[in-house]
Write a protein that binds this ligand. Structure first.
Ligand SMILES: O=C(O)CCC(=O)C(=O)O
Ligand SMILES: [Fe+2]
Length: 201
């Protein structure tokens, strides 16, 4: 884990104000995007057998790695609205399109910005921003990912969740979100795959 933390710090230094421009930046958070392409050390994260097994169980079908981003809440900052990670329509509701795994690389607690999650909301067709008056307010069913460093929360990413405020102000409140996506094949891809195979044969 120290290896992952060190690499995170190195990348923060190297990227400076360009950090996470490929994805999105947050004012009170240090974010790094696209870690998959920023070092072999991250292979330990996106190919972890436990996480892949959980994805297999949740998706019940083929899936691919989608993204790997790092996030560190600054002292006094880090609030993230409750959100589902899948923003597209769900005509096939309640099919699971995304699984997220949040990795705690430091000890997390309610006071230092641990992410919160609202269990059961993966079975609601709405997004939190469409039904909640305030997506940053306390939610009666919220559960915080309070855990020692090295823990992982693997969840159906339609479930409403979000980072919270680092009140204590401790440095090194570092989480990574590694996302996996259900494979969707359309006829066009199938056909071109078939044509290519024929050609190779
Ligand atoms: O790092 C966190 O606290 C939550 C991250 C998250 O929800 C996300 O990146 O989608
Ligand atoms: Fe998220």
């Amino acid at each position: 884990m120290q290896e992952l933390r060190d690499k995170f710090d190195q990348l923060v230094e190297k990227e400076g104000d360009q950090l996470a421009i490929e994805h999105h930046q947050e004012e009170t958070v240090t974010r790094i995007a696209n870690l998959i392409n920023k070092g072999t050390v991250w292979e330990k994260v996106w190919s972890h057998p436990l996480v892949l097994d959980a994805c297999k169980h949740i998706f019940k079908g083929e899936f691919k790695v989608s993204s790997l981003n790092g996030r560190e809440a600054h002292p006094g900052g880090g609030m993230q609205p409750l959100h589902g990670d899948w923003k597209k329509p769900r005509p096939d509701f309640p099919k699971v399109h995304l699984v997220n795994s949040i990795w705690a690389l430091d000890d997390l607690c309610k006071e230092n910005g641990a992410p919160r999650i609202i269990p059961g909301t993966h079975l609601r067709p709405e997004l939190p921003e469409d039904v909640l008056e305030d997506t940053e307010a306390t939610h009666p069913q919220e559960v915080y990912l309070e855990c020692p460093a090295g823990s992982i929360m693997i969840f159906n990413a339609h479930t409403w969740h979000g980072g919270t405020i680092n009140y204590i102000g401790s440095r090194d409140v570092f989480c990574m979100a590694c996302m996996f996506q259900l494979m969707v094949y359309n006829n066009k891809i199938r056909k071109s795959g078939y044509a290519q195979k024929q050609h190779l044969d």
